[in-house]
Design a protein around this ligand. Structure first.
Ligand code: ADP
Length: 399
């Protein structure tokens, strides 16, 4: 079986897959590590468990996860050696990793090198890799990077028009995120359309709490909306998306806000929450907009407008468009947002079948929502980053 691990600063999420990656055998989380009220949760065919537990560090969290997987009543395996390989989510691989890789000391050293680029994410990823390798030293471990899929972007897409030395000396460039999700759904799209991926000019809209739009052409990413940090591109739940960078100087010099305050505002108080003043959740904002709240309507309009503009920009960058894919929480569940984004895009061959669009909710299966005969395929595809990690792990561990 294959174990996937997504290790954050205070949570470990894990899934156990059958070796052929067809079945999820167990799914669990250990949460609030090192905090008050820590707990674990796990679901297998034999049952669900959720308990409060003391989890002072990631070390104990890993022990709890393995203990739960082996539990005689609600676990999913009899012996730890049933785990044949482990796949780790790794957030930032900078330009050092263009694909998933088997982990060795050199890979760990390079991940350390990437810490300054992702100071919040890479350190817990590294803890997860070290703890996982200590518990399961005899099996291959694989790292799957969020940034890897975007490493194929051409320099004109990833370079910022700053003095070139900032790129050369400080690795300041566009990296992009959500690559594992985008790679998964773009492969699914090609399979559903029964066309080789390299023949598609695709825009993938990963619309969750974080939002990434990516142009995929010739089978790889050619441009993406998130850049160096994680707030550019389309507005998000609480992040602003593109703003005039000059505003940051203005907020500092004229409004007297400190860099930390500005950062908090841009990351935590902006986006759908900032504009609506009500919530970061599209469900709540939609309800309130329908009840007449003008700021909620503006938040939805702004979100759809920003996404629509990037579809146009990416179609221009790719020299065409024949597939649009919606995924993640909003993409999989909001017919209204999909309809608003796709409205008036007939000139790009995008037309929605209203009834199909309304039906495509719940994130259970792939849905084709373009009108029959529409020039551009419009698909709703549930993302599954864990499955992509497990598939890469199976491939690289040669199971
Ligand atoms: P994350 O980026 O945290 O993985 P998700 O992909 O789960 O986020 O997306 C979460 C967001 O999806 C929620 O904040 C909400 O705005 C949106 N969402 C979830 N369900 C629905 C729904 N039924 N209708 C509209 N939006 C939804």
């Amino acid at each position: 079986m294959i174990l996937t691990i997504n290790c954050g600063s205070s949570t470990i999420k894990y899934q156990l897959f059958s070796t052929d990656v067809e079945t999820v055998v167990a799914k669990g989380i250990v949460s609030r590590i090192g905090e008050e009220g820590s707990y674990y949760e796990q679901e297998t065919a034999r049952g669900k468990v959720k308990e409060l537990a003391a989890v002072p560090s990631h070390h104990e969290a890993f022990e709890i996860a393995i203990h739960n997987l082996l539990h005689p009543a609600y676990g999913a395996m009899a012996d730890i050696h049933e785990i044949e390989a482990v796949g780790h989510r790794a957030v930032h691989g900078a330009d050092l990793f263009i694909a998933s890789t088997l982990i060795d000391d050199d890979v760990i050293a390079k991940l350390e090198e990437c810490v300054p680029l992702a100071p919040l994410h890479n350190p817990p990823n590294l803890v997860g890799i070290r703890e996982g390798m200590a518990l399961l030293p005899d099996v291959p471990h694989v790292a799957v990077f969020d940034t890897a899929f975007n490493q194929t972007m051409p320099p004109k897409a990833y370079i910022y028009a700053l003095p070139y030395s900032f790129y050369e000396e400080h690795k300041i460039r566009k990296y992009g995120f959500h690559g594992t999700s985008v790679r998964f759904v773009s492969q699914q799209a090609a399979a559903v359309l029964q066309r080789p991926l390299p023949t598609l000019k695709m825009v993938v809209l990963h619309l969750g709490n974080g939002v990434t739009m990516t142009a995929v052409a010739d089978g790889h990413a050619v441009d993406t909306t998130i850049g160096f940090a994680t707030f550019s591109g389309v507005m998000m739940g609480t992040r602003s998306g593109d703003i005039d960078p000059g505003l940051i100087f203005h907020m500092h010099r004229q409004l007297g806000l400190s860099p930390d305050e500005i950062e908090r505002i841009i990351y935590k108080e902006s986006g759908l929450l900032g504009v609506s003043g009500v919530s970061n959740d599209v469900r709540v904002i939609t309800e309130q907009a329908q009840a007449g709240n003008a700021r909620c309507q503006l938040a939805l309009d702004k979100f759809a407008y920003m996404a629509k503009k990037y579809i146009g920009a990416f179609a221009a960058a790719m020299g065409g468009l024949n597939c649009v894919v919606f995924t993640a929480g909003i993409g999989e569940n909001s017919p209204l947002m999909r309809q608003m984004i796709c409205a008036d895009l007939e000139f790009l061959g995008v037309t929605l079948d209203e009834a199909q669009n309304e039906r495509a909710v719940g994130g259970k299966q792939v849905e084709i929502i373009n009108k029959v005969g529409g020039k551009t395929a419009v698909l709703v595809i549930p993302t599954n980053e864990e499955k992509m990690i497990a598939l890469d792990t199976m491939r690289l561990a040669i199971l």
